[in-house]
Design a protein around this ligand. Structure first.
Ligand code: SF4
Ligand code: SF4
Length: 179
């Protein structure tokens, strides 16, 4: 989430500049299916900036991911991004900031994770889940709940491959990004 744009006046930290433009996993729905607004967020302003806000539960408001303000590698509303986006730092970012991991090691981990995300996306597409504007986890749930066509010899195999690929991806996300 904390990615810089060319026009920011509040400069991102060095680790953010090194990692985030090469990542985007906290904005593209890999890590989160949605982001809840927090106290201090200006919902009206965020709507004007392009976020589609929806009620979540009884009292909360959220916007769905992939984020409408994510430009593929940069946050389009960096200066005005919501509180949750300002506060979130993934595990890799925290380790690089604390000098317990080198930027190169973190970039390698990001690259490998993105490769695995692409593998999952490819499997989802092959199972008919082609809407890239829907969060990865929702596409996965839809693919797994669809009945398996027994006349299609490859269907059960794709199902199994997707389960394994998502399981491996979740392990990496928990280990490297969410701790
Ligand atoms: S507003 Fe969107 S693109 Fe910007 S940091 Fe938050 S989730 Fe990422
Ligand atoms: S997951 Fe971490 S490295 Fe990637 S964009 Fe978000 S904060 Fe930056």
């Amino acid at each position: 989430m904390p990615k810089p744009t060319a026009s920011i006046t509040t400069q991102p930290g060095k680790a953010v500049s090194q990692l985030c433009p090469n990542c985007g996993l906290c904005c593209d729905s890999t890590l989160f299916a949605d982001v809840e607004l927090r106290a201090g967020d200006n919902a009206k302003r965020l709507r004007q900036l392009g976020l589609t806000l929806v009620p979540k539960g009884r009292n909360k408001t959220a916007f769905a991911q992939p984020c409408a303000c994510f430009g593929g590698s940069l946050c389009g509303i960096y200066q005005d991004r919501p509180e949750r986006c300002r506060q979130f730092e993934c595990g890799l970012l925290r380790r690089v900031e604390a000098n317990t991991m080198t930027p190169n090691a973190a970039l390698k981990a990001i690259s490998e994770t993105k490769r695995r995300v692409e593998e999952v996306r490819g499997l989802l597409r092959s199972m008919g889940q082609r809407n890239e504007q829907t969060a990865l986890t929702h596409r996965y749930a839809a693919a797994m709940s669809a009945p398996i066509d027994l006349a299609d010899e490859g269907a059960a195999e794709r199902h199994g491959k997707l389960m394994l690929a998502v399981n491996d991806l979740m392990t990496i996300l928990q280990r490297d990004f969410l701790r």
